[in-house]
Structures are given as structure tokens and as C-alpha cells.
Design a binder for this molecule. Structure first.
Ligand SMILES: [Zn+2]
Length: 260
């Protein structure tokens, strides 16, 4: 089984480090800066074997140049090859490769950026999803490049993964996201319970991640745009009682969050 360890970076980023217990090799995902990774490698006497990149933003790639020693494999999206640091492997939807003896499957999830990908580990029990800035705990990434249609489709494709899938997002945005989610669905009891447990975790300086896909489907408004409660909130916010189509509801909820 892989251990997935959060290395906090900048104000609210997580660089996720993957390692096998009792093995000195490791990989990192989205190293926006090198120092937290270098510190961890040194303290735990680990050797970096590879880097996975979900998208081209600097707070996900800024540390690559300093970490890219010979023998370190760098993997990212074929579509973003000109906007990413030099890659050893360019991947696209459906590609599979191995990380520490485990199969990784590439998912294309445009919206936050057009070339955004996720890394899915189907053989882990439970499965692991490293999804960058697309699916957050109780939220989703901003639409810097893609359309609401693209982001909605990307999130729906992630929602098809098993409920037990562990979701490793790249930012600790959870409390702010939960505050907004409660505006959308004030009567969602699981959402209220989640907010309380996440507040306790943050008060204790613990990460609120990973979450599970099951919990996201129960509490994340961006995965719940077909639910009557979320639809009604979007209708009220947009003063459009005819609003029903899931993509349009998604677009309104995203717009509401951006202006909140
Ligand atoms: Zn980003």
C-alpha cells in the first residue's frame, strides 16, 4: 500500500508525496516549491524517483527545476507540453504507467486549465485520486481556461469513480468551501457535520484531506447540481425559476462562488 503524505507549501498548497512503507523511493505530485520536498527527503533519507504534474500553474510546477536531477522521471499532460517544465513522459486520457509498482491511470479533466489531468490509482484499496485544482474538498477549481460545460463534465467523470476513492486535492480551501456550500444547502445535515469536523481538524492544524468521493457526492455543491436543493438555490440566486439544466445550474453556482 502507498502512503500519501501532505507536504504543506506556500499558504495553502499541498505537495503530495507517495511512498511505500519500508522503501526509500518516493514520488511527489505538483511541487510548486522545492524546499518542502528537499527537507522531507533529507529528514527521512528518501530518494525522489519521479514527479507528477496535474497542470501548468506555477504554484504546482515552480519546484520542478530544482528537483529534476538525473534519474527523476517527470510526467505531465501532452496537451500542456509547451507550458510545463521539460517532461520525460507526456501522457493523455487513458494512458497507464507505473509508480512504485502501482498502476496509474490518466484522466483528462479540463476546466480549471484546458490541459488539466488527474492521476488515478485503481489498484490501491481504497483507490487514490490526485486531482490538482479540479475537485476540491466541498468545492472545485476556478475556470481560468475552460467553460462551465467542460468543468461540469470533468467533475461528473470523476464522480463515476468508486465511492471509496480517496480525493487528494492540491489546496487546503475546505473551510471556505464549506462556508459557501452551507449557503447553497443550509439544510444538508451531512454538510453541517462535515463543517464541524473540518473546523476541529483545522483548529488542530491538521489537513482536511484526503476526503472520499462518497463524502464529496453528499456535500460538494459542484457535484450536486442535479439535486433539487442545489437547483432551487441556483434558481433563487439567479432569479430564474426555469433554470433546470445541470450544466446551467453548475455555471450559476460557480459564478455565485466567484462573487461570494
Ligand atoms: Zn491551478
Amino acid at each position: 500500500m502507498l502512503d500519501v503524505i501532505p507536504l504543506p507549501a506556500f499558504n495553502d498548497n499541498y505537495i503530495w508525496l507517495l511512498r511505500l512503507r519500508g522503501d526509500q523511493r518516493c514520488w511527489v505530485v505538483d511541487p510548486g516549491e522545492a524546499a518542502p520536498v528537499q527537507r522531507y527527503l533529507q529528514t527521512h533519507d528518501l530518494k525522489l524517483e519521479g514527479i507528477l504534474l496535474t497542470h501548468h500553474h506555477a504554484d504546482h510546477t515552480g519546484g520542478v527545476a530544482d528537483l529534476a536531477k538525473p534519474g527523476v522521471t517527470i510526467i505531465g499532460s501532452l496537451q500542456d507540453v509547451y507550458r510545463l517544465p521539460p517532461l520525460n513522459l507526456q501522457v493523455t486520457a487513458g494512458d497507464r504507467f507505473q509508480v512504485l509498482g502501482n498502476t496509474v491511470q490518466v484522466l483528462e479533466i479540463p476546466g480549471h486549465t484546458l490541459g488539466h489531468i488527474a492521476f488515478y490509482f485503481p489498484e490501491q484499496e481504497p483507490p487514490l485520486l490526485l486531482c490538482g485544482d479540479t475537485l476540491f474538498a466541498a468545492g472545485c477549481g476556478r475556470l481560468f481556461e475552460g467553460t462551465p460545460e467542460q468543468m461540469h463534465a470533468s467533475l461528473q467523470s470523476l464522480a463515476q469513480l468508486p465511492d471509496s476513492t480517496q480525493v487528494f486535492a492540491a489546496h487546503e480551501y475546505t473551510l471556505k468551501n464549506l462556508e459557501f456550500a452551507r449557503q447553497v444547502e443550509p439544510d444538508n445535515a451531512r454538510l453541517k457535520a462535515r463543517q464541524e469536523s473540518c473546523q476541529a481538524l483545522r483548529a488542530d492544524q491538521q489537513p482536511t484531506l484526503p476526503s472520499s468521493l462518497e463524502l464529496e457526492k453528499a456535500t460538494n455543491p459542484f457535484l450536486r447540481v442535479a439535486q433539487p436543493s442545489v437547483m432551487a438555490a441556483a434558481q433563487k440566486y439567479s432569479s430564474n425559476p426555469d433554470l433546470q439544466e445541470a450544466t446551467e445550474v453548475f455555471a450559476i453556482i460557480r459564478q455565485w462562488k466567484d462573487s461570494a
